[in-house]
Design a binder for this molecule. Structure first.
Ligand SMILES: *Cc1c(COP(=O)(O)O)cnc(C)c1O
Length: 364
């Protein structure tokens, strides 16, 4: 038992999966973990017991399958998102990664293409390829921004079946203006997904792509409870779109994909949205402190509307990453030459990161 008897090369794996590397952000038990953009503030006690009460009730009925249409949860998300949305316009999954997978299963797949502007979220190509779709990477301006004309021209040229727009973009933090989304939608025939995983960290007056939904049946806006909501371990992501697009997702989801316990936990957490999101302002403050301090240390932080900062001016990212690791601080080497990415933590965690970085020396 447990003995390795074959290597992957010996197995009848799909040819298009050969040579791919699984998602693998290091999960090391370090005291300061600022590598995967979690909300590092724990769930407040009062909210935790409220959620637990609801889970306890749901547990008594787990002999039965859960509500396949997760109706109450969809109503809760519609209410949370506002913009006049109703439950029929909402979809959810075990993390927004699963929601994106549903999109790519329904609208991507073999013989089809999925497109985004690199560098962007590393899971997009993996999810796309997992469904058999071909991945196409467009390009960004040197500061990682996108202009409506250039973005539209690239999309028109690639003519993809699915377009993924990360707003603000991970791993760069770059905001995306609604003009770009409108321009891309205009020239495309595929499904346009705007991934707003970090929307809650954007300036309050920054409009969401939810404002563009009316009259755009190929547009979908995905969100997650993993970041601002401090709920990454519960695995809950969701999406808003035209009810017809959501009907397409029903064709590919596994029956009862959201467990009764997940539904109960998410509904209770949404009921406590004010408290759950209570740390967002504090996190934004720490993000801005990181940017200011990095600049003072001679690094080049990129503008961020998220809960992390990508910074350049790192002559040897692997070495700086390791030196921080040795000091108990885990951040992320996202593979962009000369750059590293750090998540804004609590004030104490952020201080620990900044002190550790300063102790290594200034940027070169
Ligand atoms: C973290 C993240 C997600 C969220 O993934 P979940 O599966 O909901 O945890 C989605 N998109 C981007 C760009 C992210 O950075």
């Amino acid at each position: 038992m447990g003995r390795v008897t074959a290597s992957l090369a010996d197995l009848p794996l799909r040819d298009d999966l050969r040579g791919l590397t699984p998602y693998g952000a290091p999960q090391a038990p370090l005291p300061i973990a600022l590598n995967v953009n979690e909300n590092t503030h724990p769930v407040p006690d009062a909210v935790a017991s409220d959620i637990l009460d609801d889970i306890a009730v749901a547990l008594r009925d787990v002999n039965r399958y859960p509500d396949r249409e997760f109706t109450t949860l969809r109503e809760s998300f519609a209410e949370y998102l506002g913009h006049g949305l109703v439950a029929e316009q909402i979809w959810a999954g075990n993390g927004s990664n699963e929601v994106l997978q549903h999109i790519l299963q329904a609208f991507g797949g073999p013989g089809r293409t999925a497109f985004s502007f690199a560098p962007t979220y590393s899971m997009y190509p993996l999810i796309a390829k997992g469904t058999g779709a071909t991945w196409i990477a467009g390009t960004r301006q040197p500061d990682y921004s996108l202009t409506p004309d250039d973005a539209a021209a690239q999309v028109e040229d690639a003519d993809p079946d699915v377009i993924l727009l990360c707003a603000p973009n991970n791993p760069t933090g770059t905001p995306l203006s609604l003009d770009v989304i409108e321009a891309v939608y205009e020239v495309s025939r595929g499904v346009v997904v705007v991934d707003e995983a970090y929307q809650e960290f954007a300036p309050h007056d920054a409009p969401s792509a939810l404002t563009l939904l009316d009259g755009r049946p190929r547009l979908a806006i995905s969100r997650t409870m993993s970041k601002a909501f401090a709920f990454a371990g519960a695995r809950v992501g969701y999406l808003a779109a035209d009810p017809a697009l959501i009907d397409a997702l029903r064709l590919v989801r596994l029956p009862y994909h959201l467990s009764a316990l997940t539904q109960a936990a998410a509904i209770a957490a949404l009921r406590n949205a004010d408290v759950m999101l209570g740390m967002v302002e504090e996190i934004v403050e720490q993000r801005d402190r990181i940017s200011a301090t990095l600049e003072a240390l001679g690094y080049t932080p990129h503008e961020s509307w998220s809960n992390f900062v990508l910074f350049g001016g790192v002559s040897d990212p692997a070495s700086v990453w390791q030196q921080l690791y040795d000091r108990g601080v885990l951040i992320r080497d996202v593979g962009i030459p000369g750059h590293l990415r750090v998540t804004a933590g609590t004030e104490a965690e952020t201080t620990a990161f900044l002190d550790a970085l300063a102790s290594i020396g200034s940027a070169s």
